[in-house]
Design a binder for this molecule. Sequence first.
Ligand code: C2E
Ligand code: MG
Ligand code: MG
Ligand code: MG
Length: 296
Amino acid sequence: RKADIALYEAKAEGRSRYVLFTPSMDEDVRLREATDRELRQALADCDAQLRLHYQPIFSTSDGSLTGVEALLRWEHPENGLVTPDAFIRAAEESGLIEVLGQWVLRRAALDARNWPGLRVAVNVSPIQVRSHNFTETVREILAESGLEAERLEIEITETALMAASSEVAASLRELRQMGVACALDDFGTGYSSLSHIRDIAVDRIKIDRSFVQVVNTEAGAALVEAIVGLASANGLRLTAEGVENRDQYAFLGRVGCHEVQGYLFARPVPADQIARMLEEKLCVQPAQQNCDHPAA
Ligand code: C2E
Ligand code: MG
Ligand code: MG
Ligand code: MG
C-alpha cells in the first residue's frame, strides 16, 4: 500500500531507501524531526546550549591525575541537561555530527590549554572521522589552540571501528603520525577477538564498564586479566572505565591495568573544576599492586 510507504533519506549512508511506515515510526520520525530542529538551534549558538564536562582519569601506580575525557552535555532549553546517548545517534543520522564534533574538539583543545601536562580524550563518531577534512580540521584546531598533539587522544568505540571503512582506519593512522593518540573505547562489547588486538593501530584500550562490573566473578576476572595481559604484551596502554568500588580498583591495580576512570574517583565535571584539581595536585590512593584477589 503506497500510503504506508515513505521515502526515508538515510543521509548518514548517503543514499535513499524505502521503509515501511507504521504509526510508532511516525511518532519516531516526529520526535527525530523535533530533535534535529532543536539540535540545529543548539548548534547555531553552541556555547549557549552545549557544554563539555570532563571526567578525571588516574594512574593506578601512583594515583596521579593523568588525563580527562571530554563528555558532551546538551543544556536543552526545556528538558534540562541531556546526555549524549539521547542525541549523538540523531546527530549522526542527520549529518549534524560533523559540526557538533568539530565544536567538541575545539572546545576541548581550548580548555586543555589551562591544564599543562594533562591528556585530553575526545570521543569521535566514525561518521565524523569519515568526513573528508577530518584530519585537516584536527590539525587546524591543534594549531589554533596551541595544544600539543601528544596531549590529544581520540576515542572511537570498538564496534564503530570494526564496522567502519578502511578510510576511517587511514584517518586514524594519519592522526597518529601527527602525534595524536587513538583509544579503542568500550572494548569488549564489539566483535573483535582478543587476538585481533595486535592488528589494530591504536595506542590504548578502554575496558568497558560491563567487564569492570563482573571482576568479582571468576569468569569476569579471568576475562579482564586476559585483556590486560594481551594488551600489555602488545605495548598498548589500558584504562578501565566505570570503576565504582574499591574491590574493582584493587583488582585492576593487581592485574596491571594502567589507568582507571569511574564514579569511585570522580564524576564528569565542568572545566573549571579540573583546573582546581590540578592546582590542588589532586590524586587518589594508588591501587595496591599485590593485594589478594577481591573475590577470594
Ligand atoms: P563513553 O565514551 O564510554 O563514556 C563513558 C560514559 O560512562 C560516560 O557517559 C560517563 O559519564 C559514564 N561513566 C563514567 N564513569 C562511570 C561509572 O563509574 N559508572 C557509570 N554507570 N557510568 C560512568 P555519558 O557522558 O553519558 O556518555 C555516553 C557516551 O556518549 C560516551 O560513552 C560516548 O560514547 C558518547 N559521547 C560522549 N560525548 C561525546 C562526544 O563529544 N562525541 C561523540 N561522538 N560521542 C560522545
Ligand atoms: Mg569514551
Ligand atoms: Mg566507553
Ligand atoms: Mg560508551
